[in-house]
Design a protein around this ligand. Structure first.
Ligand SMILES: [Cu+2]
Length: 329
C-alpha cells in the first residue's frame, strides 16, 4: 500500500521518497555477557545479530548495547528473534523475550509488547516500514518484564536514514540538506543498578532504583582522559550525535572544550520527528526513552572537545556522575 502511494506521489513529482527502498531481514539472538564496571563484575543479557541463527549465518556474540541497525526511510525491516537462542531468560510469567521498536509506528502485532494482543515471547519477527519524515534515532528493547530486561542490557539503536535516488544512504539526518554531516556517533545512554541484575520475579528490589554505574555506548567514561567513546574527526567538519535514552534516570547532554567552555550544537530531530525549526542549544535533557539527533560544527583550528552526559537523580535532579566522550580534530 505504502509503496503504491510513493509511486503515485513520485509520478506526480511531489517529492516522494526514493523508490530504491530496501527490504532488510535480520535475525537477533539473546546471550549472556559479563562486564567489569568500576572493578565489579556485572552480568548482562544482550542481543546479537545471529544472521540465519543456528545452522544459518552464525551465532554472533551478545553485546550491550546490541548491534546498531541502519535502515532507510521507506525500507521494510523484518527483525526476527530466534526462538532457539533465547537464553538466559526468567521463569514464567516473565519467560521469553521480545523486540519492541520504541517510537516506531507499527501495528500492535509488531510492537513486541506481550501484554498486548498477539506478541509472542518465544521468537517472533517484527516488521516496520518507517515513512519518509520519520528519519532519526530509535531504540529497540525487550518488553518482557521490562523493569528487569531493559536493565539487563536488552537494548540497541535503530538509525533511520535518508536514501538518495539510487538507494544509497545520504550523510544527512533527513532529506533536509541543512542536516548534512561528515561523521556521526551513536550515544546510547544507560544506567546500571547491580541489585536489579540479581533480583528475580516480583522482588521488592524492583521498587527502588539505585544506579551505581553510568554508561555511554555500554562503557564507563568517568574522566575526560578515559572517555567512553572517542571520535577522530577533522577540523571544520560537522559531527552528528544520535542520543538514545535507555537509562532510568534524568540526564543532560553538553559539549565542552578542554577549558570547560560550552560549545553549542543544533538540534534537528527529536524523538524521530524533525523540529519545525532547528534549535541552537548549549545543553539538552534526555529522559528515559527520548532521542535526539543533532549536529555540531567543528572549528577551523585543531583541538579536542568532550561531548558529555550528566546523569541526574529522578527525585531532585542532583547529579550522579558525568560520563565523557571525546572528539579530536
Ligand atoms: Cu527480555
Amino acid at each position: 500500500m505504502k509503496k503504491s502511494i510513493y509511486l503515485l506521489l513520485s509520478l506526480l513529482g511531489l517529492g516522494a521518497p526514493s523508490l530504491q527502498a530496501a527490504t532488510i531481514n535480520k535475525t537477533y539472538c539473546v546471550g549472556s555477557i559479563n562486564k567489569t564496571l568500576s572493578g565489579a563484575s556485572v552480568t548482562f543479557w544482550g542481543y546479537s545479530d545471529c544472521g540465519g541463527g543456528m545452522g544459518g549465518g552464525g551465532m554472533g556474540s551478545a553485546t550491550v548495547p546490541g548491534p546498531v541497525l541502519e535502515i532507510g526511510a521507506g525500507d521494510t525491516l523484518n527483525l526476527g528473534l530466534n526462538i532457539n537462542m533465547m537464553t538466559p531468560q526468567e521463569t514464567a510469567p516473565y519467560n521469553g523475550h521480545t523486540i519492541h521498536l520504541h517510537g516506531a509506528d507499527v501495528q500492535s502485532m509488531e510492537d513486541g509488547v506481550p501484554e498486548t494482543n498477539g506478541n509472542a515471547v518465544n521468537g517472533d519477527t517484527y516488521t516496520w516500514s518507517p515513512l519518509a519524515g520519520h528519519e532519526g534515532s530509535y531504540p529497540y528493547h525487550c518488553h518482557v518484564h521490562t523493569v528487569k530486561h531493559l536493565e539487563m542490557g536488552m537494548y540497541g539503536a535503530i538509525i533511520v536514514r535518508p536514501r538518495d535516488a539510487t538507494g544509497n544512504f545520504l550523510n544527512r539526518l533527513n532529506q533536509n540538506t541543512a542536516t548534512a554531516y561528515d561523521y556521526s556517533q551513536v550515544y546510547v545512554l544507560s544506567t546500571v543498578d547491580p541489585a536489579y541484575h540479581t533480583a528475580k520475579g516480583d522482588s521488592t528490589v524492583f521498587a527502588d532504583y539505585n544506579p551505581k554505574y553510568f554508561l555511554i555506548g555500554g562503557k564507563e567514561g568517568k574522566t575526560a582522559s578515559a572517555p567512553a567513546l572517542t571520535l577522530a574527526a577533522a577540523k571544520s567538519k560537522k559531527v552528528a550525535f544520535r542520543l538514545i535514552g535507555m537509562h532510568s534516570t534524568n540526564s543532560t547532554f553538553q559539549i565542552k572544550d578542554s577549558a570547560g567552555n560550552i560549545k553549542p550544537f543544533t538540534l534537528y530531530i527529536r524523538d524521530g520527528r524533525a523540529l519545525p525549526t532547528a534549535k541552537v542549544l548549549n545543553s539538552l535533557d534526555i529522559s528515559p526513552g527520548q532521542r535526539a539527533d543533532l549536529i555540531v560544527s567543528l572549528p577551523t583550528t585543531t583541538g579536542t572537545w568532550y561531548p558529555q552526559v550528566t546523569y541526574k537523580k529522578l527525585r531532585d535532579n542532583s547529579p550522579y556522575a558525568i560520563v565523557y566522550g571525546k572528539m579530536t580534530f
